[in-house]
Design a protein around this ligand. Structure first.
Ligand SMILES: *[C@@H]1O[C@H](CO)[C@@H](O)[C@H](O)[C@H]1NC(C)=O
Ligand SMILES: *[C@@H]1O[C@H](CO)[C@@H](O)[C@H](O)[C@H]1NC(C)=O
Ligand SMILES: *[C@@H]1O[C@H](CO)[C@@H](O)[C@H](O)[C@H]1NC(C)=O
Ligand SMILES: *[C@@H]1O[C@H](CO)[C@@H](O)[C@H](O)[C@H]1NC(C)=O
Length: 233
């Protein structure tokens, strides 16, 4: 894989309310929309071949001095971040992305309890992720994500936070493929780039974009993540 365009995508799961019924009418967050609908396009059109894609399932979490991570939306968010970190570590890029997309899609639909079905789409992966989560390795591999996040310059303001060659796209993430093509310095532009409209016209500011800001506080729960009980590991 060529790494002419280095894309770093910081994301996490947005869980707004722990008392919400499984079928809630909360708006689908940008984070989930981006992962579920936008990012898959580069796997379909071949742009993935010119991208060094780095997914960072960490969101707006905080790392305490003693090494514990506190997630913005509580233990469930940490649970999903951790199993996604496990997927990134132990599955191929394509398979781990498929898994992450599957999980985020259930979350976007308010069906977190169904997301464990994503584990069993590929034989063998369920047990790998179960082991990674249960033996604590998953929590350890979240730590470098804390560092990657803290090292961002300029610092991230919200998630999803997409950078291409370290330049944040801010609210213009819908144009992310254009930024990738623009950053690509190889000789022959991929076909997908030739097919995109040329020139980057920054998208209109989107006051309604449901980004989740760093300083936002959310109701959290201190209980064990419900994800564990939902997931039929
Ligand atoms: C770290 O500190 C937090 C808050 O004081 C505490 O809840 C947590 O259990 C501690 N973690 C470890 C691994 O000691
Ligand atoms: C998830 O929750 C919904 C609503 O409570 C329920 O109908 C459904 O059977 C649950 N699914 C699983 C896999 O537990
Ligand atoms: C994170 O960064 C700190 C200091 O910046 C360093 O001491 C630590 O080893 C790093 N941890 C990881 C897991 O990269
Ligand atoms: C969070 O930061 C934004 C931008 O800096 C600011 O407009 C907003 O008032 C802050 N919100 C809180 C709850 O501090």
């Amino acid at each position: 894989m060529a790494s002419s365009s280095f894309a770093l995508i910081l994301f996490s799961l947005l869980i707004f309310s722990f008392s919400a019924p499984a079928i809630s009418k909360r708006p689908s967050a940008s984070d989930e929309k981006f992962i579920v609908h936008e990012l898959p396009k580069i796997f379909d059109n071949g742009l993935i071949d010119i991208v060094d894609l780095n997914l960072v399932p960490y969101g707006n979490a905080n790392l305490l001095k003693n090494g514990s991570i506190i997630c913005q939306h509580g233990p469930d968010e940490c649970f999903f971040n951790t199993v996604e970190a496990c997927a990134i570590t132990f599955m191929s890029q394509e398979k781990s992305f498929e898994f992450i997309r599957c999980v985020q899609n259930f979350i976007a639909e308010g069906k977190m309890n169904e997301s464990s079905s994503c584990l069993y789409k590929t034989p063998g992966h369920g047990s790998v992720i179960k082991k990674c989560y249960e033996n604590g390795f998953g929590q350890k591999i979240e730590l470098p994500y804390a560092n990657v996040t803290a090292a961002l310059n300029p610092p991230h303001e919200y998630v999803p936070w997409v950078t291409v060659n370290k330049v944040p796209l801010h609210m213009d993430i819908e144009n992310f493929m254009k930024y990738i093509c623009k950053a690509y310095k190889g000789t022959s532009k991929p076909k997908a780039c030739q097919e995109l409209p040329t020139g980057i016209i920054p998208a209109e500011p989107k006051p309604n974009m449901k980004a989740c800001r760093v300083n936002e506080t959310s109701p959290t729960t201190k209980t064990r993540p419900r994800g564990i009980t939902w997931w039929k590991f």
